[in-house]
Design a protein around this ligand. Structure first.
Ligand SMILES: Cc1cc2nc3c(=O)[nH]c(=O)nc-3n(C[C@H](O)[C@H](O)[C@H](O)COP(=O)(O)OP(=O)(O)OC[C@H]3O[C@@H](n4cnc5c(N)ncnc54)[C@H](O)[C@@H]3O)c2cc1C
Ligand code: FES
Length: 255
């Protein structure tokens, strides 16, 4: 884990209210593991004191991307970044996804949960395999990165409002794929409700299921004990999402 200042190379609105930042970080880009995250200091008037966490979204040469939804003051300030600005970044943090030795890789994203899964899809493709990607959201307008994911595998879109793809929740297309799959692994990121549902399907079809959890964070490195998640473990009742996660085996979590 390092703390460094990085030059913003690109800043763009990827969709309404959603912003993508590309910054220069050759060392981070070289070893970036999907599912690990950054903490970014937000600067400007009324900036929050605490850094804000974002998944590593993608890498390109010596550059790293993160993508975020504007939800409060911190992300509002980050949405104003321009090429040439500098950001203060702590990274890489957390553990990341482990790519399993299986025939099929099924990636399940709920809304902004797609953010860390793009790099995972890229790494799976780089290892000579393909994946199926399930992008789901309440509203079709919240589906992100569908075109980028298409480079790495077949994409299934579902939105509860029916504005894009199939009008349903993620469980319907995901369960169809699990029924057909001979030997699969599941990787998911999204809201707790969506992850609980994916964990249930993973258990039903007996496939390795990794989930990336979100919790409000302060230190981001296991010191403040501010991001606990209850686990099924005889030695400890809680683990820290920032240090022990954010990726956990779904069967280890008390849902
Ligand atoms: C490991 C990790 C990775 C993340 N990756 C991404 C990402 O790639 N893209 C992205 O858009 N967001 C991501 N998030 C969530 C992101 O960190 C928050 O949206 C951000 O910190 C909000 O900051 P803010 O100052 O704009 O909003 P705040 O004013 O802090 O909060 C605005 C609203 O967002 C809610 N919120 C704040 N933090 C979180 C959180 N961690 N989880 C759920 N709700 C929260 C608050 O309850 C409040 O309702 C991630 C969170 C974690 C823990
Ligand atoms: S944020 Fe401090 S322990 Fe996780």
């Amino acid at each position: 884990m390092n703390n460094f200042k990085a030059k913003v190379l690109e800043s763009a609105q990827a969709a309404p209210g959603i912003f993508k930042i590309k910054f220069s970080a050759p060392a981070l880009a070289a070893g970036a593991k999907p599912g690990r995250f950054l903490e970014v200091l937000c600067t400007g008037p009324n900036a929050p004191f605490l850094r804000r966490p974002f998944g590593i979204h993608d890498v390109e040469g010596g550059a790293v991307y993160f993508i975020f939804k504007k939800t409060g003051r911190g992300t509002e300030l980050l949405s104003n970044l321009k090429p040439g600005d500098f950001i203060d970044v702590t990274a890489p943090l957390g553990n990341g996804f482990e790519i399993q030795k299986t025939k099929e890789h099924l990636l399940a994203a709920g809304g902004m949960g797609a953010a860390p899964l793009l790099l995972l899809a890229r790494r799976i493709k780089e290892s000579g395999q393909t994946c199926k990607i399930f992008l789901a959201a309440r509203a079709g307008a919240e589906i992100i990165c569908a075109d980028e994911f298409k480079k790495y595998g077949e994409v299934f879109i579902s939105a509860e409002d029916g504005a894009k793809g199939e009008k349903c929740m993620i469980d319907a297309p995901l369960e169809r794929a699990l029924k057909e799959a001979k030997n699969a692994a599941l990787y998911a990121c999204g809201s707790v409700g969506m992850l609980r549902c994916v964990a249930g399907l993973g258990a039903k079809y007996k496939v390795n299921t990794q989930v990336s959890l979100e919790e409000k964070m302060a230190c981001g490195m296991g010191v403040c004990q501010g991001c606990p998640v209850e686990v099924k473990n005889k030695d400890t009742k809680y683990k820290m999402v920032c240090k022990d996660g954010p990726v956990f085996n779904a069967e280890d979590i008390v849902w």
